[in-house]
Design a protein around this ligand. Structure first.
Ligand code: 5GP
Length: 203
């Protein structure tokens, strides 16, 4: 049976993980994206329900109390969380799903999921990362400092992930992540189930 796999993608702000995920969704590779809830304000061009569910602090805290999140974290002075139901639904329907979340959230998911696949996207260097964040032009000086300060802290979590992909070239990094996702479908998760199928035939 083809079971849905959960892919967690993390990496410092500005590393391009959002763009990589968007490109994967544009390919034929069958995978869904988990849309997070956040209390931060929408950036220009962002759409409610596509990029995030934009909620108030009160709404977010109510949802925490109702156990509506698979994980949540306080990142860059705002709340971010993964709504539980869509993830469970996708996996139970045999669909793959990507969670693009920070390291704190990824560590929480690890505690509740045995077979998640954890991919860390790295910048070629911190200098390149700074240039990319500045080039995006959406950050104030304060938020740039907050994000850069957090980058190295996040990179130190690389050892907790299964794969690391350096985003030097966007096309290549996207192909690399898709390659990992494909390969994961060949992982032997339940050998007994496989063997049982062949044993059944010889009975
Ligand atoms: P941004 O504000 O740039 O969209 O995202 C800031 C950070 O929050 C990124 O590192 C992103 O991966 C992370 N993030 C987005 N959604 C979630 C979520 O649902 N949970 C957690 N833990 N982090 C998230």
């Amino acid at each position: 049976m083809n079971k849905g796999r959960l892919f967690v993608i993390s990496g410092p702000s500005g590393v391009g993980k959002g763009t990589i995920v968007k490109k994967i969704l544009e390919t034929e590779h069958p995978v869904e994206l988990s849309v997070s809830a956040t209390t931060r304000a929408p950036r220009e061009g962002e759409e409610e329900g596509r990029d995030y569910f934009f909620v108030t602090n009160e709404e977010f805290e109510e949802r925490i109390a109702n156990k509506g999140f698979l994980e949540y974290a306080h990142v860059h002075e705002h709340y971010y969380g993964t709504p539980k139901v869509p993830v469970e639904k996708a996996l139970s329907e045999g669909k793959d799903i990507i969670l693009e979340i920070d390291v704190q959230g990824a560590m929480q998911v690890k505690e509740s999921f045995d077979n998640g696949v954890y991919i860390f996207i790295l910048p070629p260097s911190i200098d390149v990362l700074r240039d990319r964040i500045m080039g995006r032009g959406t950050e104030t000086e304060h938020s740039l400092e907050v994000r850069l300060g957090k980058a190295l802290e996040e990179i130190r979590y690389t050892g907790k992930y299964d794969y690391s992909v350096v985003n030097d070239d966007l096309e290549k990094a996207t192909e690399d992540v898709i390659g990992i996702m494909r390969a994961e479908h060949f992982r032997i998760l339940d050998a007994e189930e496989i063997i049982g199928k062949y044993e059944e035939e010889t009975k």
